[in-house]
Design a binder for this molecule. Sequence first.
Ligand SMILES: Nc1nc2c(c(=O)[nH]1)N[C@@H](CN(C=O)c1ccc(C(=O)N[C@@H](CCC(=O)O)C(=O)O)cc1)CN2
Length: 300
Amino acid sequence: MSATVIDGKRFAEGLRGRIADHVSRLKSDHGITPGLAVVIVGHDPASQVYVTNKAKQTAEVGMASFKHELSAEVPEGDLLELIARLNGDDTVHGILVQMPVPDHIDANKVINAIAPSKDVDCFTPANVGKLVIGLPGPVSCTPLGCLMLLRDQLGSLSGLNAVIVGRSNLVGKPMAQLLLRDNCTVTMAHSRTRDLSEVVHAADIVIAAVGRPQMIKGDWIRPGATVIDVGINRIPAPERGEGKTRLVGDVEFASASQAAGAITPVPGGVGPMTIACLLANTITTASLINGLVPPRDLTA
Ligand SMILES: Nc1nc2c(c(=O)[nH]1)N[C@@H](CN(C=O)c1ccc(C(=O)N[C@@H](CCC(=O)O)C(=O)O)cc1)CN2
């Protein structure tokens, strides 16, 4: 069997088109221009690329885009002050601090400084709580992107066995909540899980978010399962020339695509959905801040 390759890049383009329509309506019907502030601390090359893409795509859908670049040595207090300023700025409806932050900065302090009403990453305890009990609000970007791809691929997820490999706050834990909401039977697997290959083999849906290149092998995948690969790992690619690298996921794509019914590639799968869902969350927070009901097609 050769799996359907789920085109996250194309889906994300379509989603951004719908977001642009909502932005136009917010402007014309309510006089609201959604604004997203992105903050980056330091010069990590991958983070620079993500933040540049976020700012560019924010502007492309017609939102106001604010980019704040701070040096790697910036004192924690200066970052907290900037966040406080953005919290009080009425032109800003979403605030995102690119992770990871340098070691001298306490990421939890930074997250807790963001007003929950503007927390478009859904990192604050208040928004994580809302996600768990199903109240309206932003939804963690990467899990929301995975859910949208799954619904598009499978229709109803009700009753399916979903196995999530990885229990991070960024992906694994919120993903479990979203799949539960869609009536999946959810198993969370992690580094201490016994017989991981057998656990994965029981899944109709596999979410690979473990951060280890190509760890999940093709013979772990149940024939016909849907595989969502969240991993983004850069590995040496000597076949491309000396010192060259390439991106791979947490799943061994070549073998897994022989067994799976559908699978996301890396790159071009979940990654582009993360940024599109960030924009969707900015529509959600801009709507809620202004007492409007967020559009249903942009949230979980
Ligand atoms: N505050 C946040 N920090 C981080 C998040 C996040 O959601 N919020 N997630 C990741 C990084 N990330 C977004 O910030 C992100 C990662 C990957 C992609 C993406 O489009 N990947 C491409 C490949 C890009 C490449 O060539 O390197 C793909 O998979 O096709 C977008 C966003 C950590 N930090």
